[in-house]
Design a protein around this ligand. Structure first.
Ligand code: F6P
Length: 323
């Protein structure tokens, strides 16, 4: 294999740049060229790419986002569009593809392998950390740290003024950010999409801690929580509790920023191993982190597997420790 392509797809996640850098430099050490498709599968379909050599990926390991751009590309669901893209790619002498993204992006990659025999590898990159087969998708660690920092700031004013805060974090279908943020941020409560939260139970805990004289109260709500996000939860709870409250939506702040050391390390290892696997002639795998070790997970398992469940033990612990 003389030349590979790489793209980032779906929501961006801090550490994607570090993964691209590692893939490019690992390929270069093996005298394999690399191109970066612009804006994910959209660039793949249009045949728009950048030539990436060692210097092209200098000074990006510390940068959030993805310097080659990303998008969601509905046209890619069309088999004819995929066939034309592969034809164009092969004509340019590009013999394999690395896709950094979530399971929707891996479905696209797998279709290319199944329909056209194209060698493909996946690297999980999504702040939601909801990809089957990995404990740590790139970006999750950074997003949680960003949310925890925000909560630390909010807690100062909560303690000073006695205001209760409902903080909405990202996660349309995944409570991973909410759960980890709540535990690390010492939240009084946490609501996630996967579990039915008993508002009465949350109210009880809030009443008890107010009676005990606690002044700072932070409730973390995942955007996809069944009650309808932080504004809806604040309305439900605020109506039944005689306490001043405010709502904060952290939103896309969580998607950007400097990746943590952990995300850079996971990204670097994953980028390198994706290239090594393809160079060794393997295909149809994702580099996952399992128990702290990087492993190749078949993409067929990844796309068939259920989204990982939240760690309910952590949910209970966050509640027990909320005071
Ligand atoms: O990247 C994942 C994610 O951040 C989800 O948590 C969120 O629901 C979604 O992306 C938002 O994406 P968009 O910016 O495309 O609306």
């Amino acid at each position: 294999m003389k030349r590979l392509g790489i793209l980032t797809s779906g929501g961006d996640a801090p550490g994607m740049n570090a993964a691209i850098r590692a893939a490019v430099r690992t390929a270069s050490a093996r005298e394999i060229g690399m191109v970066g498709y612009i804006d994910g599968f959209a660039g793949f379909v249009a045949g728009e790419y950048l030539e990436l050599d060692d210097r092209a990926v200098g000074n990006i390991i510390q940068r959030g986002g993805t310097f080659i751009g990303t998008s969601r590309c509905p046209e890619f669901l069309d088999a004819g569009v995929r066939a034309a893209a592969v034809h164009q790619m092969r004509a340019a002498g590009i013999g394999g593809l690395i896709v950094i993204g979530g399971d929707g992006s891996f479905r696209g990659a797998r279709a290319l392998e199944q329909e056209h025999g194209l060698p493909v590898a996946g690297i999980p990159g999504t702040i939601d950390n909801d990809v089957y087969g990995t404990d740590e998708a790139i970006g999750f660690h950074t997003a949680v740290n960003t949310a925890v920092l925000a909560i630390d700031h909010v807690r100062d004013t909560s303690e000073s003024t006695g205001t209760m805060f409902f903080v909405e974090v990202m996660g349309r279908t995944s409570g991973a950010i909410a759960l980890h943020t709540a535990l690390a941020g010492g939240a009084a409560g946490v609501l996630v999409p996967e579990a039915h939260e008993d508002i009465a139970h949350l109210l009880d805990r809030l009443h008890t801690s107010i009676e005990r004289g606690k002044r700072s109260h932070i409730v973390v709500v995942a955007e996809g929580d069944r009650a309808g996000g932080a504004f809806a939860v604040a309305e439900l709870v605020g109506r039944q509790i005689d306490h001043p409250f405010r709502v904060i939506v952290l939103g896309h702040i969580q998607r950007g920023g400097r990746p943590t050391a952990r995300d850079r390390i996971v990204a670097s290892v994953s980028g390198a191993l994706a290239v090594e696997g393809l160079a060794a002639g393997r295909s149809g795998f994702m580099i996952g982190m399992q128990g702290g070790r990087a492993v190749e997970v078949p993409l067929s398992d990844v796309v068939a597997g259920a989204h990982p469940e939240p760690e309910y033990g952590l949910l209970q612990l966050a509640q027990t420790l909320s005071g």
